[in-house]
Design a protein around this ligand. Sequence first.
Ligand SMILES: [Cu+2]
Length: 207
Amino acid sequence: MNCSKLPRSRSFQYHSHLSSQYVDGLRGALVVYDPADPHLSLYDVDDANTVVVLADWYHTPAIQLNDQFFSDDNGGGHEPVPDSGTINGKGRFIGGPATPWARINVQQGLRYRPRLINASAYGFFTFSIAGHSLKIIEVDGVNHDPLTVDFLDIHAGQRYSVIVEANKPVANYWIRAPMSLQHASDNDNCTFFPSRRGYWLIVIIIQ
Ligand SMILES: [Cu+2]
């Protein structure tokens, strides 16, 4: 790929496009690092450890979901409802195994640049970190004046870079990314949709 054509220091997702194939997992993060990033002085760590891919996950193959979605029996086009939300490929579902949560270790005193990417088919996530604010510096591949928030909504296909300062006492902190669905109120399929899935554990360690 000729990377000189890509914008610099930006976060993207890639996914396959044979019909809805990417819903079955052929999707991931694509990050372009810029040695001249105007926000470089604001953070210390920006590497593979801080790429955070959020995604919904269905237990039914996408090709079957397509058939259900476009079926005449689907009451006006109710979207298929995901069985789980995942953070970096890990998630839990009602009645499923206690899959270990995704986690990231950080060092107290450093500033990190998580790159949040929503690779979902449908779900969006409300992302936050207990006790920590998020300083947004990039949105959908465009650098942004720093804006500090407590949480943000990230919809399918969207990307945010935020700065998180590991400036709290050494401890474990929950990262929360409960998944929501647009049009949930008029989607009969959502009757079975339990709320608040997709937690992630962040561990701050001193080295
Ligand atoms: Cu696409």
